[in-house]
Design a protein around this ligand. Structure first.
Ligand SMILES: [Zn+2]
Length: 162
C-alpha cells in the first residue's frame, strides 16, 4: 500500500494512519487540548538546532520558534500561569522571565519525548538565569542550543540536523 494513502487527515487536521488508526500528527487545537488534559500549557517541541525570536509588539512581548517546518508562536496560557499572570518577559531575573524559561524548558522536554508529568524535573530556573535574563529588552534572534546548554543537555547539540 502507498504510504501516503495510509495517512487519513481528520476534519480538525489531525493525521492518523488509515489502517491502524494510530495518531501520526496532532492538529494544533487537539494538541492544545491534550496538553491541557495533562495540566500543562501547550508548548511546541524545541529542537537543539531551532531558532527563537524574541520581539516587542504593540500587544506585548512575543516569542517565535523557527525550525525546518516553519515558524510558530510560543503562546503564554494564563490558565497554567505559575509565576506571572501577565505572561512572558526577558532581560532580568523576575517572574515574567521565570514563566518564559519554564515554557522553553518544557519545549525541550517535549522534543526529547519526556512525558508532561516529568517536565518540571527540568531546571527551568537555570534557563532563566543563564539565558532569558541575558536577552536584551528589545529582544533578538537566539539559538535553541543555549537552552540545552543551560539545562546541562549540550550532548544533544551533536545530533545531526536534517
Ligand atoms: Zn485534531
Amino acid at each position: 500500500m502507498d504510504a501516503r494513502k495510509r495517512i487519513h487527515v481528520k476534519a480538525c487536521g489531525c493525521r492518523v494512519d488509515a489502517v491502524t488508526g494510530a495518531l501520526l500528527q496532532r492538529c494544533p487545537a487537539c494538541d492544545m487540548e491534550e496538553m491541557a488534559r495533562n495540566g500543562m500549557p501547550c508548548v511546541p517541541p524545541i529542537g537543539p538546532h531551532d531558532a527563537l525570536r524574541f520581539e516587542r509588539t504593540p500587544d506585548g512581548p512575543r516569542v517565535v520558534l523557527a525550525h525546518n517546518l516553519g515558524k510558530m508562536e510560543i503562546k503564554f496560557d494564563p490558565r497554567f500561569a505559575r509565576h506571572s499572570p501577565s505572561g512572558f518577559e526577558w532581560g532580568y531575573g523576575g517572574s515574567g522571565p521565570a514563566e518564559l524559561a519554564r515554557y522553553l524548558a518544557y519545549g525541550v522536554a517535549r522534543y526529547l519525548g519526556v512525558h508532561p508529568s516529568r517536565w518540571d524535573q527540568f531546571d527551568y530556573q537555570a534557563v532563566k538565569w543563564e539565558f532569558v535574563a541575558r536577552i536584551p529588552w528589545h529582544g533578538g534572534w537566539y539559538h535553541a542550543s543555549e537552552i540545552y546548554e543551560a539545562l546541562g543537555l549540550s550532548h544533544y547539540l551533536n545530533e545531526p540536523e536534517w
